[in-house]
Design a protein. Structure first.
Length: 307
């Protein structure tokens, strides 16, 4: 009996030694078994980091993202968000460095990476570099109207009013496009479902096929989008910008039209209230192009609150 116990203990001891050797060797099959658990744990840290970042607790969020990447270095979402949070926490150079690394690794978030790179460079006053990265974000999951507005502001600051008007007109068209919310929803769904290859393939097919507003109207009430636009202050701000640009270019009719559109969307907004009476009086008194140019100069000073 005693010999059986002895042999049993010896067998357990040998099994423990063997298992320890397996752990030290870290064979591929063992890595494969532990992979799902690592991904789940890493995602939990990343999700908590997202919550902290949303609350403005950037230093605490950094800790969560770093832990998520220690557990799973392939967690690209954590890497991108870590870079963004570094920028918001006052370390833009580190954020730019990490976004450059993420750009090489993450094919699904190219627009998000380029857009945030542009924002960090813009914050450092590197406007030409920022504009180039904003342009690289066009045609991705980022709302193109937002990018065109960014570019339009740069062009206004540079004094290139014709280019700025073209950019804000593109922004306006995008903001009023009833298909825009649908495509933005698809892009967001692709990011959220990046661990589901079948769902991602279905989303890619929908993103790549042309979609007409009439077809979408068979399923959705596009009138709701129109009513939403009728109260969208961001749309009103785009009209304000175009009103200012038109006034500076001497196009009083265009300026008045944009400010009236802005006032309908956002009654009482400062730019429309301040500039409409000036422009309408200038149009009533208009006799020469010089009057229009002079009026444009007046509202150029009155409208800076729109920035």
């Amino acid at each position: 009996m005693r010999s059986l116990v002895t042999w049993g203990l010896a067998g357990i001891w040998l099994l423990l030694i063997a298992f320890g050797g397996v752990l030290m060797a870290d064979p591929p099959w063992l890595q494969h078994l532990s992979r799902p658990g690592m991904e789940v744990e890493s995602k939990s840290y990343k999700d908590y980091g997202d919550t902290l970042a949303y609350q403005g607790q950037y230093q605490a969020a950094v800790c969560q993202y770093v832990r998520a990447l220690e557990i799973n270095p392939d967690n690209n979402g954590a890497l991108v968000n870590l870079a963004i949070v570094y920028g918001r926490a006052g370390a833009p150079d580190r954020g730019i460095e990490l976004l450059g690394e993420a750009l090489e690794r993450d094919t699904a978030r190219q627009g998000t990476i380029c857009f945030n790179l542009a924002q960090l460079l813009e914050g450092q006053g590197k406007i030409d570099e920022a504009a180039a990265w904003y342009r690289r974000a066009l045609g991705t999951e980022i709302d193109e109207s937002l990018i065109h507005r960014k570019l339009g502001v740069f062009q206004m600051d540079r004094g290139d009013l014709h280019a700025a008007r073209a950019s804000f007109q593109l922004a306006l068209a995008g903001q009023q496009d009833p298909l825009r919310p649908y495509y933005l929803m698809l892009h967001k769904a692709r990011l959220l479902l990046d661990d589901d290859p079948e769902a991602c393939r279905d989303i890619e097919e929908q993103l790549n096929q042309p979609l007409e507003a009439a077809a979408l109207a068979e399923t959705y009430d596009l009138g709701l989008i129109g009513r939403l636009n009728s109260r969208d202050r961001e749309l009103a701000k785009t009209h304000n910008r175009l009103g200012l640009i038109c006034a500076r270019l001497g196009d009083l009719d265009g300026a008045i039209g944009h400010y009236h559109s802005s006032a309908r969307i956002w009654p009482g907004n400062e730019a429309a209230v301040t500039n409409l009476p000036i422009l309408e009086q200038a149009r009533a008194d208009r006799g020469t192009a010089d009057d229009a140019a002079r009026s444009g100069g007046i509202i150029a000073q009155a409208s800076m609150t729109n920035r």
